[in-house]
Ligand binder design. Structure first.
Ligand code: GLN
Length: 548
C-alpha cells in the first residue's frame, strides 16, 4: 500500500510548492523509495491546454498527451520519471466526470452534491496512482492557497482521506511565507499562524510547516511557530531563497524534511539519500568554465514561466558542459529587417520558440533568416521550426508569400498547413496532436548524430505541419527532412546542409530534458554555440584581446 503526502500552501501563491514537493520526492527517491507526484488544481478549466501562457505559464505535455500544469515539468526534471494524465487533475475534470455519471444515471434518485459526490471523485483520483502498485509514496500538491473558496473541496477530501486511512499512511506538509518587515527588521509569523488556523478550521492539521523566508529562522522563531501552530519543533522547516531551484533538495535534506515525513509515515529506509549525481550536477552548474549567450525569440518573453522547460533544458545541458547559458530574451514583435543584425549582435546561438497565432511571426522569420545567412547556430522548436520552413520557402525557394495557413489562410504557398485530421475539428480542448510519437532519423544526418540513434520518440503539441508537397523542392535546395514519422510520413525534423548548426523540430524536446538526462539537441546546440564563439573570437583577434 502506498503512503500519501499532501502539500498545501498558505498566505500567498507562488511560494514554490511544486519545487518543495519535487524536492521532497527527490529525497525519498534517493533513499530507494518509488515516488510520484500529482497536482490537483482548483480551477474549472478541464486542463490548462486552453489557457493563455500569460494566465498560467507553459502548458506541459506528458507522454500520454495530457496538457498539464508546468509543475509536472518540475516533477519529471527532478525525478527523471514520466508523469501521465492521472498526475494532473482540475476541478473542471472532477465535475465533468461527476456530471457525465449523473447523466448516465449513476446516482439515480440521489441529489448530487459537493459532499459526498465531488469529494468522493477527488478522493478516488487522489488514490488512483497509489493503488496502481507502482509507488511507495504518492505526493499530492494542492494548487491554490488555503482559504480560497475553490480549494475547499480538496482540503475536505484530504480531511476525509486522513480519517479513512491509518494514521501512519498520510502526512500533511503546509508551505507558508514568513515575511520580513524591513522597517521593523523582523520576520513575522502571524500570517503563518492564521493560515494554519484556517487549515485547521477546515479540519486538516499540518504535520510539517515549511517556511519560505528571505532570512534565516532563529531558534526562538522556530519555537514560536511550532508552539502556535501546534507542530513538533523539528517539523518547522526553513526554506530560504535559493540561488537555483536545484539546490532546494539539498536544503530540504539539511533541514530534515525527509526524515520527519518518513517518521510520521513510519517508513524505514536503510540508506541515506544518495544524491551524488545531483550534487555533481549542482557543482558544475555553480562553477561554469565557459559562457554562451543564446537569443530566445518569443512573444511571451515578459513572462518567463511561458518558456519554463526550455530555460530548464538550457540549465541541464549547460551544466554538463560546465557552461553558463545566458538566455537573452528577444521580443519577436520588435525584430525587423532593419534592426535584426543589431538585435542579434553578440549572440552565439538562436532559439526560436514555440507559439500560436499571428503576433510576432514576421520577427521570428527575420531572425531565422539572419541565422541561416550568417552561420549562427539555430534551433527552432515547433512554431520555430515552422518559421524556418517559411523563411526558407520565401527567401531560398522564391515563394515570397509562403506562410502557414494558421496565420494566412489564403497564402498561395502553404508550406505549413493544417493536418488532415485537424480540419474537421471544432472543439479546442485536448484536440491538438498531443504526446509522444515515434520518429525515424535519416542516416548520416545531424539529427542522427545528435541522438546517436535511428529511431526516437518525442512529445508533440501542435495542429499544423510541414506540407509534404514542398518537400522535394526543399531537399533539392539543401533543407533536408531528417526526421519523419514512420507511420504518417509527417516531417518532424528539418536541417540545413552546409550550415554549422541549423535544426528545426516539430516536437518539443525541452519537455524530456531532466537533470540526469539533459536533452541531446540542447547539448549539441550549446556545443555549436561554444564553437561559434571560438570562431568569432579567432576571426577578430583584436576584438578578443580587447574583451579579455
Ligand atoms: N501554432 C503551431 C501549431 O499549432 C505551433 C504550435 C507550437 O509551437 N506548440 O502547429
Amino acid at each position: 500500500m502506498a503512503k500519501y503526502i499532501f502539500v498545501t500552501g498558505g498566505v500567498t501563491s507562488s511560494l514554490g510548492k511544486g519545487i518543495v514537493a519535487a524536492s521532497l520526492a527527490k529525497l525519498l527517491q534517493a533513499r530507494g523509495l518509488r515516488v510520484t507526484i500529482q497536482k490537483f488544481d482548483p480551477y474549472i478549466n478541464v486542463d490548462p491546454g486552453t489557457l493563455n501562457p500569460y494566465e498560467h505559464g507553459e502548458c506541459y505535455v506528458t507522454e500520454d498527451g495530457a496538457e498539464t500544469d508546468l509543475d509536472l515539468g518540475h516533477y519529471e526534471r527532478f525525478l527523471n520519471i514520466f508523469t501521465s494524465q492521472a498526475n494532473n487533475v482540475t476541478t473542471g475534470r472532477i465535475y465533468q466526470t461527476v456530471i457525465d455519471q449523473e447523466r448516465q444515471g449513476a446516482y439515480l434518485g440521489k441529489t448530487v452534491q459537493v459532499v459526498p459526490h465531488i469529494t468522493d471523485e477527488i478522493k478516488r483520483r487522489m488514490r488512483l496512482l497509489g493503488e496502481s502498485g507502482q509507488y511507495d509514496v504518492v505526493i499530492t500538491e494542492i494548487g491554490g492557497t488555503v482559504g480560497d473558496i475553490e480549494s475547499l473541496p480538496f482540503v475536505e477530501s484530504v480531511r476525509q482521506l486522513q480519517w479513512e486511512l491509518p494514521e501512519s499512511d498520510t502526512v500533511v506538509v503546509h508551505l507558508t511565507l514568513i515575511p520580513y518587515l524591513r522597517a521593523a527588521k523582523e520576520l513575522k509569523t502571524k500570517p503563518t499562524q492564521h493560515s494554519v488556523r484556517m487549515l485547521s478550521q477546515e479540519g486538516v492539521h499540518p504535520d510539517v510547516i515549511v517556511c519560505r523566508t528571505e532570512h534565516s529562522l532563529s531558534p526562538e522563531l522556530r519555537r514560536k511557530i511550532a508552539l502556535f501552530c501546534n507542530v513538533r519543533l523539528e517539523a518547522v522547516i526553513e526554506s530560504a531563497d535559493a540561488q537555483t531551484i536545484y539546490e532546494v533538495p539539498l536544503m530540504m535534506m539539511r533541514e530534515g524534511l525527509d526524515t520527519i515525513v518518513m517518521k510520521k509515515l513510519e517508513l524505514t529506509s536503510n540508506q541515506e539519500p544518495d544524491l551524488s549525481k545531483w550534487s555533481d550536477f549542482l557543482h558544475k552548474l555553480k562553477r561554469p568554465k565557459h559562457k554562451v549567450s543564446i537569443g530566445l525569440i518569443g512573444k511571451y518573453i515578459e513572462l518567463q514561466d511561458a518558456y519554463k522547460s526550455i530555460l530548464e533544458a538550457f540549465v541541464h545541458a549547460g551544466a554538463i558542459q560546465e557552461t553558463e547559458v545566458e538566455v537573452v530574451n528577444l521580443h519577436s514583435e520588435h525584430i525587423t529587417p532593419s534592426n535584426v543584425s543589431e538585435q542579434l549582435k553578440g549572440l552565439d546561438g538562436l532559439l526560436v520558440a514555440p507559439g500560436f497565432g499571428h503576433r510576432g511571426v514576421e520577427g521570428k522569420i527575420e531572425a531565422v533568416r539572419y541565422a541561416r545567412e550568417n552561420g549562427l547556430p539555430f534551433f527552432g522548436i515547433c512554431l520555430g521550426m515552422q518559421m524556418a520552413a517559411i523563411e526558407f520557402a520565401r527567401h531560398v525557394l522564391h515563394h515570397p508569400h509562403a506562410h502557414s495557413t494558421e496565420m494566412d489562410a489564403k497564402t498561395p504557398d502553404p508550406v505549413i498547413d493544417l493536418m488532415e485530421d485537424q480540419k474537421q475539428l471544432q472543439a479546442k480542448g485536448g484536440t491538438m496532436r498531443l504526446g509522444a510519437y515515434p520518429c525515424v532519423l535519416k542516416s548520416g544526418s545531424l539529427a542522427e548524430k545528435i541522438y546517436g540513434a535511428e529511431r526516437i520518440s518525442e512529445r508533440h503539441r501542435h495542429r499544423w505541419e510541414f506540407n509534404n508537397r514542398y518537400l522535394e523542392a526543399f531537399e533539392r535546395a539543401g533543407m533536408q527532412a531528417s526526421g519523419v514519422n514512420p507511420d504518417t510520413g509527417l516531417v518532424e525534423v528539418i536541417e540545413l546542409k552546409g550550415h554549422p548548426f541549423f535544426i528545426g523540430v516539430q516536437y518539443h524536446p525541452e519537455l524530456k530534458s531532466t537533470v540526469e538526462n539533459p536533452h541531446p539537441i540542447f547539448v549539441h546546440f550549446i556545443q555549436a554555440a561554444l564553437h561559434q564563439q571560438q570562431l568569432s573570437a579567432s576571426a577578430s583577434p583584436i576584438k578578443a584581446a580587447l574583451e579579455s
